[in-house]
Design a protein around this ligand. Structure first.
Ligand SMILES: Nc1ncnc2c1ncn2[C@@H]1O[C@H](COP(=O)(O)OP(=O)(O)OP(=O)(O)O)[C@@H](O)[C@H]1O
Ligand SMILES: [Mg+2]
Length: 404
């Protein structure tokens, strides 16, 4: 039974002091942006809070106006702030960030992720590049192994992580099939990558293909993809790598999120075909990056015009898709790799075409290797411009969505 005191409390909320601005900010610090995994205050999404009696108005700047997570953020803010006994109404004043603010937020989220990233067995000074695409079958694995082989040929120690856990193709593309061994390293059991020496460098390769037969790989479907990748990052004795290249599976959302958490310094190389289906691809690639805020270093167009022995060029898969995507997301088009039977047969024989002295695909791939080594500097935290970061991708998605 309610006592007279209880009734008085229930009917006179306004007699309770409203929260202070600090208290509201403290409550807002518990609201975590569902995509960036950092609280909205630290991200700079809350420029202002005003309190008028029991009414609290929170100004929130979204990364993009049409942010699909707006409802989720609203609900969180209302419940976290509204729980204070002195609050009757929570109002939200929505705004949208300028491109500069958006870049700043992405930078902050990335730094935060870097601070919070768990330690992995991947050496701190090694550059991590994940090869991804919006679509399957565009040549991610072929580009990954050729890039790795090209880097090794120049004398680097290159880790290759086949993150395509059940669709692995790296072992075949590199002509490697030995089982991976485990060994005790520094008192801990570790997976030892399979090695292949190339020129003065070496590849250290890890793939589920070294653990299971190709025909039984399907049984691994139930395995949590991200867990497997996590384990490869943690439990492999990578040694002292100069580069780690990651061959991403098609439809990479989960793995990419895992990488963003475990190895936030991962740079993304986006592979696309020349077909001008750029809008769709841009949306998918952009969506991945938006969810994981990993920096995109450039676009590689693969299966570009086939040049026949007479020098005639055939644009079997259209043209312009790579340039279009690169300009949409504001990153350089690093290479156009022609469609060439040698690339495919090299893959079948475990002989990356980049190691051949002749052929236009080989020279385009070598040029890509040089660009990665010499020109495409790894993004630094202090990069204010961050023109290749996902904030630009965000704009591209927003534009693409507006158009459609
Ligand atoms: N430039 C090229 N010229 C000729 N064939 C190519 C070229 N690039 C890739 N291929 C062939 O296309 C097929 C798909 O390539 P690959 O496996 O590298 O793509 P992927 O994006 O990794 O595919 P998935 O999404 O299934 O992992 C392979 O048979 C490969 O040999
Ligand atoms: Mg592949």
């Amino acid at each position: 039974m309610a006592s007279p005191d209880d009734e008085a409390t229930g009917s006179s909320r306004s007699s309770i002091d409203p929260p202070s601005t600090d208290e509201v900010f403290a409550a807002l610090r518990t609201v975590i942006d569902p995509e960036l995994h950092v609280d909205i205050v630290s991200l700079g999404m809350v420029p202002d809070v005003s309190i008028d009696g029991g009414t609290v108005t929170v100004s929130v700047k979204l990364t993009i106006g049409g942010c699909p997570l707006r409802a989720e953020i609203k609900k969180e803010i209302e419940s976290r702030v509204g729980v204070h006994p002195g609050v009757d109404v929570v109002r939200i004043d929505w705004g949208e960030m300028t491109p500069e603010e958006r870049s700043e937020v992405m930078g902050r989220a990335r730094r935060r992720a870097q601070e919070q990233a768990p330690e992995t067995a991947v050496p701190a000074r090694c550059r991590v590049i994940a090869v991804a695409s919006g679509k399957g079958g565009v040549g991610k694995s072929s580009i990954t192994v050729n890039l790795a082989a090209g880097l090794a040929e120049r004398g680097s120690t290159v880790g290759v992580l086949d993150a395509d856990i059940w669709g692995f193709s790296v072992p075949r593309l590199l002509g490697m099939s030995e089982r991976m061994e485990a060994a005790e390293v520094d008192g801990r059991p570790r997976i030892i990558p399979n090695r292949r020496e190339i020129g003065s460098g070496v590849l250290e390769v890890v793939s589920t293909g070294f653990l299971v037969e190709e025909s039984t790989a399907l049984m691994w479907r139930g395995l949590m993809l991200t867990k497997a990748v996590e384990q490869f990052l943690n439990d492999v004795d990578w040694g002292d790598l100069d580069y780690l290249l990651i061959d991403m599976p098609p439809g990479t959302g989960d793995v990419q999120m895992g990488l963003a958490r475990m190895l936030p310094r991962t740079e993304i190389l986006v592979v696309t075909t020349p077909a001008r289906a750029a809008q769709k691809v841009a949306q998918r690639a952009a969506d991945m990056a938006r969810r994981s805020f990993l920096p995109v270093i450039g676009v590689v167009e693969n299966m570009s015009a086939f040049i026949c022995e007479h020098g005639d060029s055939y644009e079997l898969f259209g043209s312009g898709g790579g340039a279009e995507l690169a300009s949409d997301i504001g990153v350089p088009l690093l290479a156009s790799i022609p469609l060439e039977p040698a690339l495919s047969s090299g893959g079948d024989n475990g002989d990356p075409v980049v190691l051949r002295s002749e052929g236009s695909a080989a020279s385009a791939l070598r040029d890509l290797v040089s660009q990665i080594v010499e020109q495409v500097a790894p993004p630094r935290d202090s990069d204010v411009d961050m023109s290749g970061c996902s904030a630009r991708l965000l704009e591209a998605v927003a534009a693409a969505l507006d158009e459609s």
